[in-house]
Write a protein that binds this ligand. Structure first.
Ligand code: F6P
Length: 487
């Protein structure tokens, strides 16, 4: 088997407290299983010229990281990646702050990454590049003469071309994706938007439904929704709910129902809108006052960017207002915490929570939603309230799907979740859980890497085949249930 080289901006170096969010959750088990290299930024900003790459060996994986110069960090990470691409790819043209300087910093860092990676790259390595920080990375490698198989996976949404074309210089950036052999997205919508961009804006010719010709090469486009380690996370949650930490939290609630929200502080997560909805819930359903506590865990992120500082302020104000208006000496409606928590602690809290509020305004997938489902006790599960604009809504279709822009609708969903009868909770959970089992994390990685390694495999036929198998599977279950009833 060829060596796997994963490239991403953040690298989850073990024991370094590295924070790579959903991306780390997805990549780490795959690399651990297969072995290989994980290459990217160390998370450090060098005062002067950055030194050579550093390598940490752990569990069959080499973690190779490089520092960034201050201006690179500013222009590449804070600038183009997070003040231009992040908002635009999340459909937020209003928040994008484009400068040519940041764009050239972005290209410069991609070149810098490529020049460092090529020092350790072997001709038969399979390279898997992740996320919007590294769109032109394959081009930088190809220009250096590398002919490796290179795949790209976008963890966040890809907007319709009508939005994307508002990005100045998109015609220089986006077509550079044509240097990858396989480009993967979280949902059909993202893949369709990209295919439409390639066909309409770049005039690329379709080879078939999922492939385009780019110069003399074929580029394939596919849908690979990221999953979670469903059973392992469930086991973790079962153990964690007995931990001292979770028992203390539960004890401090004095029997009140807990609603949980866990999100990195980011405007795409819709946290102020969610607070507004919770406020509406307390107003419209006064019977729940004093009987429910909403725990929102929100570690700060990207604090060098003004929009993030602003949302931190807004949230602090909203929480203060809700607690001031509705709170009692013996009851605080919202517990708002900026500390990050271990996966174990979160797993236990998910299992203990009667409902989860996962209401991003736009999200590539959202693994919190999937982990919440995986963590539940199937006999007495909690209810997932999920934004229809999260990629996870495709698989977790039995959640209470809401529009995060509609506070009344979300307030009604909270009431419905808290009042839901056991039978309905069980049914909804079983449907969601089954979907997660079917698309476990290992399926995601193996499908992507399998497709990248087999250029003749038609993506469409794999997808159609999987849908057909699923259909037959569901039919058999239905017939069995019918027969059982008649017996
Ligand atoms: O895909 C989203 C992402 O870029 C992931 O790397 C990670 O989940 C999260 O955002 C963290 O962002 P940052 O690296 O900017 O802290």
């Amino acid at each position: 088997m060829a060596r796997l080289v994963v490239v991403s901006n953040r690298v989850g170096v073990p024991d370094k407290g590295a924070r790579a969010g959903g991306l780390e959750v997805a990549i780490r088990p795959t690399l651990k299983r297969r072995g290989g290299v994980w290459f990217g930024w160390s998370g450090r900003v060098a005062e002067n010229k950055p030194g050579p790459a550093k390598t940490v060996e752990h569990d069959n994986v080499s973690y190779v990281t490089i520092d960034l110069r201050k201006d690179d960090y500013q222009e590449f990470y804070n600038g183009f990646a997070n003040r231009v691409l992040w908002p635009i790819l999340h459909y937020r043209l209003d928040l994008a702050e484009f400068t040519r300087r940041d764009l050239s910093g972005y290209f410069r860092v991609n070149e810098f990454f490529a020049s460092n990676l090529e020092k350790l790259l072997r001709p038969d390595d399979v390279v898997w590049v992740h996320d919007y920080h590294l769109i032109p990375f394959a081009k930088a490698l190809r220009e250096r003469g590398h002919k490796n198989k290179i795949g790209f996976f976008l963890h966040i949404p890809f907007p319709p071309p009508e939005i994307l074309t508002a990005l100045p210089n998109h015609e220089r950036l986006i077509p550079s994706l044509g240097n990858y052999d396989l480009i993967g997205f979280q949902t059909e919508t993202d893949a369709d938007n990209f295919s439409r961009y390639l066909a309409n804006e770049c005039g690329l010719k379709r080879v078939d439904d999922d492939s385009f010709t780019f110069d003399d090469r074929v580029v394939r486009v596919g849908v690979f929704p990221v999953g979670v380690e469903t059973e392992a996370f469930g086991q973790l949650a079962r153990r964690a709910i007995e931990s001292k930490f979770v028992r203390e939290v539960l004890g401090s609630l004095f029997g009140r129902a807990m609603i949980i929200g866990v999100d990195r502080l980011d405007y795409s997560k819709g946290i102020p809108e969610r607070m507004h909805a919770f406020e509406r819930f307390l107003t419209s359903f006064p019977g729940w006052r004093g009987g429910v506590t909403y725990l929102q865990i929100t570690p700060h992120s990207r604090s060098g960017i003004p929009e993030y500082a602003q949302i931190a302020r807004m949230l602090g104000e909203a929480v203060g207002r809700i607690n001031g208006t509705f709170g009692e000496a013996s009851w605080t409606p919202v517990r708002y915490i900026n500390k990050s928590h271990s996966r174990t602690a979160l797993a236990g809290l998910y299992r203990a929570a009667r409902a989860a509020l996962v209401t991003p305004l736009r999200d590539g997938m959202n693994l919190v939603a999937k982990e919440y489902v995986a963590a539940q006790n199937a006999e007495d599960p909690g209810v997932l309230i999920l934004s229809r604009f999260a990629g996870a809504a495709r698989e977790c279709a039995a959640a209470l799907l809401v529009n995060p822009y509609d506070p009344e609708g979300v307030a009604n969903a909270i009431d419905r979740a808290l009042a839901m009868r056991l039978e309905e909770r069980r049914q909804r959970h079983a449907v969601n859980y089954k979907a997660l089992l079917r698309n476990d994390l290992s399926v995601w990685a193996e499908r992507f890497l399998g497709t990248l390694g087999h250029p003749n495999l038609s993506l469409l036929s794999v997808e159609k085949l999987a849908a057909r198998v699923q259909f037959l599977h569901d039919e058999i279950n239905r017939l069995e249930a019918d027969m059982a009833q008649k017996r």
